[in-house]
Design a protein around this ligand. Structure first.
Ligand SMILES: [Zn+2]
Ligand SMILES: [Zn+2]
Length: 367
């Protein structure tokens, strides 16, 4: 198994998790163009990627999502609340009268009932008409994926609001970098019209539930809930051929469900977001500092170290520290804090500590 962190931090997150025959992209928080560039730098063939998994809808995790999924014609796996929040984020706000709203609700209920009757196996939201244009989707990747209309999934434009971006990422930044920069070179002729009509268009959407294991190719995926201020954020443990790799970033603290999910992992991408003193003295407004430090914000160096010292079983080959704040952390502070917590458990064969970077992909970690 292999983990390649393409980018980590508040300006964009993405990683490839691969077995010998399956490749999964976790988050797509850079522009499509930049993601493709970094995949090339890391020696990963984008055509071999089977699916994109989304941890949560913050811009630094989804900036290039739609464009890349359309370009590669691969399904995107979300939880349903995350998908809905993402769609709301990308759909322009509309206003309507109360009477229009009631009409719309009635229509939605009708559509939902129809969809429920037609789609017994999967709760999949993706406009039915899209499937018509998706004939040429790679059959192996698309097996078992059905579509119902986005409206049938209960999406309500009346309730549109901008997604709550990660505090470190002003919404303008992410949208500018992710959508405009990526759109031009990444969209193909056939996908462009659909994308223009609907920025939330995806070749296919598949839902998972935190706590329920599912499989993509020969990789088992265990999503677990994390405490973070998004609709339904999660981390993942991936396992294949006896090797386990986990991703746990964007979490305000380490609750018991997370510490137990992270037992027996061989490679762990763990958040070490900020140094508390640097954050307190740093440039952010107080409200943002409070949000970052809160139980639904980001994990500090200290909290990561406390986990490594108290709850971590010491059995990983490699720990990758990620989502480091550029304003409120220094890589050496994060490293020293984690190394002290690991103490004498760090050996040539185990507990190697690496730091994921924002600007360049990390060398693949392969076991
Ligand atoms: Zn993030
Ligand atoms: Zn986030």
């Amino acid at each position: 198994m292999r983990m390649t962190v393409l980018a980590s931090g508040s300006k964009g997150n993405s990683a490839v998790v691969a077995s010998s025959r399956t490749r999964i992209l976790v988050d797509a928080g850079l522009s499509c163009r930049e993601l493709l560039r970094r995949l090339a730098v890391a020696g990963e063939d984008p055509e071999q990627i089977s699916a994109i998994l989304v941890t949560h809808e913050h811009q630094d995790h989804v900036a290039g999502l739609a464009v890349l999924a359309r370009r590669l014609r691969i399904p995107v796996f979300f939880t349903e609340p995350t998908h809905r929040a993402w769609v709301r984020m990308l759909t322009p706000r509309t206003t309507m009268t109360y009477a229009q709203w009631l009409d719309k609700l009635a229509l939605e209920r009708e559509a939902k009932a129809t969809a429920a009757a037609n789609v017994p196996r999967y709760e999949v939201a993706c406009e039915a008409r899209r499937m018509a244009s998706g004939d040429d989707l790679k059959a192996s990747r698309m097996e078992g994926i059905l579509s119902v209309s986005a409206e049938a999934a209960g999406l309500d434009p009346a309730l549109n609001r901008a997604g709550d971006p990660d505090a470190e990422l002003p919404i303008g930044d992410g949208l500018g970098e992710g959508l405009e920069a990526g759109e031009e070179p990444c969209e193909t002729e056939e996908s462009r019209p659909a994308a223009k009509a609907d920025p939330t268009y995806l070749p296919a959407v598949e839902y998972f539930h935190s706590g329920t294991k599912f499989t993509i190719g020969d990789i088992d995926v265990c999503p677990f809930t994390i405490p973070h201020d998004a609709a339904d954020p999660c981390g993942f443990v991936f396992s294949s051929a006896g090797i386990r790799m986990a991703i746990a970033t964007d979490l305000g603290y380490m609750p018991p469900n997370v510490t137990s999910a992270l037992r027996n992992v061989d490679v762990l991408l763990l958040e070490s977001n900020h140094d508390l003193e640097m954050l307190k003295d740093g440039p952010y407004p107080w409200s943002v500092k409070q949000r970052v430090m809160s139980r639904v914000g980001h994990l500090s160096n200290l909290a990561a170290a406390e986990f490594l010292e108290r709850d971590y079983d010491g059995g990983a080959h490699t720990i990758i520290l990620g989502h480091l704040s550029e304003s409120n952390n220094a890589p050496e502070l994060a490293r020293i804090s984690a190394e002290q917590a690991i103490g004498d458990r760090m050996t040539l064969l185990g507990n190697r500590i690496l730091l994921a970077e924002q600007q360049i992909p990390l060398d693949p970690v392969e076991l």
